[in-house]
Design a protein around this ligand. Sequence first.
Ligand code: G6P
Length: 609
Amino acid sequence: MCGIVGYIGPKTATPLLIEGLKRLEYRGYDSAGIATMNGAGLESRKAKGKISMLEAVVEGSPVHGTVGIAHTRWATHGAPNECNAHPHHDCTGTIAVVHNGIIENYGALRQMLIQQGHKFESETDTEVLAHLIEAAMDDDPLEDAVIDALHLVEGTYGIAVISSRDPDKIVAARKGSPLLLGLGENEFYVASDVAAILEHTRQVVYLDDGEMGVLTRSGYEVLDLSARRVRKGVSRIDWDLDQIEKGGFDHFMLKEIFEQPQTIQNTMRGRLVVDEGFSKLGGLNLTRQQMLDLDRIIITACGTSWHSGIIGELYIEELARIPVEVEYASEFRYRNPIVTKNTLCVVISQSGETADTLAAMREAKRRGARTLGLVNVVGSTMAREDDGGIYLHAGPEIGVASTKAFTSQVIALALLTLKLARLREMSVVKGRQIAQAMLELPDQIQSILDRASEIEAIAEQFKNATNFLYLGRGYNFPVALEGALKLKEISYIHAEGYPAAEMKHGPIALIDENMPVVFIAPHDSVFDKIVSNIQEVKARGGKVIAITSQKEPVLEKLIDYEIRIPQTEDMLYPILSVIPLQLLAYYVAVKRGLNVDQPRNLAKSVTVE
Ligand code: G6P
C-alpha cells in the first residue's frame, strides 16, 4: 500500500529519497514525507498530495544530511493530511519512523503511552511505534529499542527508523509487509519495493518476516527479533522498472487478481472472532440497541460494487433477517425512497468518490438514515461523510476493471452480516462455521490462481466470440453479473449475466453452437436446479463452460470445459467463483490485444453524473 525508501551513504540523501518516492507513486498515495539527520538532529518535512508537493516543500525549506528515510502514504488509519503523513516522531523529536502495514493493537498501546505521559500529534497507528521506541530507548543501540517496541506490537509492519541518538544508522524491520535492503558502493538503501532503488543498485537482500536490517555507513547486518544474526543471500534484480511496478505481472489487473489471497486477509485481519462466530468492526459507530432497532437496510452502489451489494442483500436477509433493498445509486438518488430513522443505508465504493453513490448517500442522510460506507480509499469523500465505515484495506486498485475490491467488499459484507446476525438469532455454531470457512478462503483462492493456465487455455478457445452468457443462481447470480461485466469492460465482447432459470424467458433464444455459456455451478443448495438449466443450453448446442466444486458425474456429458474451485460454505462461493471469471475476462482481452488496464471509455473513478 504505502511506500518506504531510506538511504545511508556519502551522498546527499534528499534527491535520492525524493526520486525513490516518485518511483513508488504508481502504488497510490495521498501524502508523503521525509526525515534526514543533519549532523545536529533530525529534520523532517511532509506534504499532502503528490510527491511533487513534497518536492516543492523541500525546495523551499531543504532538509540536509546523508542519512534519511521517506514515505508515500496510502491512508489506512486517519485522514490523508499533512499531520498524518509519515515520518512520525516521538515526544523528544529524536526518533523518526516510517511504516507500511497496520498496527492492530494501536488503540490499547496509545492509551498506555498517553497514561505514561506521551503526547500524540497524529491519528495514525504508526505514531505509537515512535513512542514505543522512545520508551525503550536508553544508551543501547537503536536496534535494541526497536526490538523492544516490536515485541509489544500486533499486526503487520515494514518500518524504517532513524534517531539522532544513534545517528549513523537506519533500522528496518518487517512482518507481513515487504521490505528489502539495497546494497550499493559504500552506500545502502532500504525500500518497500525495488522500484524505489533500481537506478542505484540491483543487489538486494529481501528481509523475511521477523527480520530486521541494520544499515550503517560501513555495512549492513540482518538480525532476528532476539538480536541474533541471520545469514542472508544477496539477490540480483534483472527486471526493468515497468515489470517491477506491476510486480512482474504483465498488467496491474493481473497483479491485483493475484493479490486477492492477501487482500481478503487484510480485510478480515483483526476483525474476525472465530470462536464466537462474530466480528469486531471498530468503525461501525452503531450501538447494540441501534443495530437491534434496524428495520431496513438499503444498499446502494454502482458497477462492480453494486454486484457485491446484491450478495450482501442475500447474506443479511438470510442470516440477520433484516429486509434489504439494493439500489443502483444513480436511480436511488432521484427516487422518493422510504427511509425511516431505523434505516441503515450502506454505500459500497472502491474509490469512495463515485458521484452517484456519494449523492445517494447524501440523499439517504438527508432523509434521516444512518449511513455506513464500505470504502477502500481511506479519507475519500464517502469515508469522511458517512456515519460509520468498514474500510476494505485492499490496497490501491489501479486496473480500471475492479477485481480485488470486489472480493474485499464481499468479505466486508460477510463480516457485517456476522455482526448483525449474531446479535439476533444466528447461533454461535453457525457463526463459527462461517468464520472458519472464511479463514480458509485465502489458500483456496491461491489454489485457483495456481491453475490460471487452465483458464488461459479456455480463453484461447473463445477469444473470437462475439457474445457470452453468464448464468448462476442464488449467491452466484451476482457473480454471473460480475463475470459478464468484467468481460464487457475489458474485451468489448457483448456479455449478459442472468439468473440461470430466468434464461428461458428470453436469452435462451440467443443460444446456438456459437454461444459460449458460463455456468457458475458449485455444489450448493441449488445445484440440482442449475443442472436442468445446463441441460437446456446443451440441448440447443450452446458451448458450456462450468465452474464446479467437485466431480459431478451428472455434468460429464453436458459440459465442454470445466473449471474446478474448492468447496466452501454456500454463501462464500462467490469469493471463489469470481476468480476464474476475472481471469477468463483478463486472458480473453489480452489475446484480443486490448489495453486491459485502461479500457476504452471507462474511468476508474466516475466523479461525474
Ligand atoms: C467505474 C469503474 C468500476 C467500478 C464503478 C464503481 O465504473 O470502472 O470498476 O465498479 O465505477 O466505482 P466505485 O469506486 O464506487 O466502487
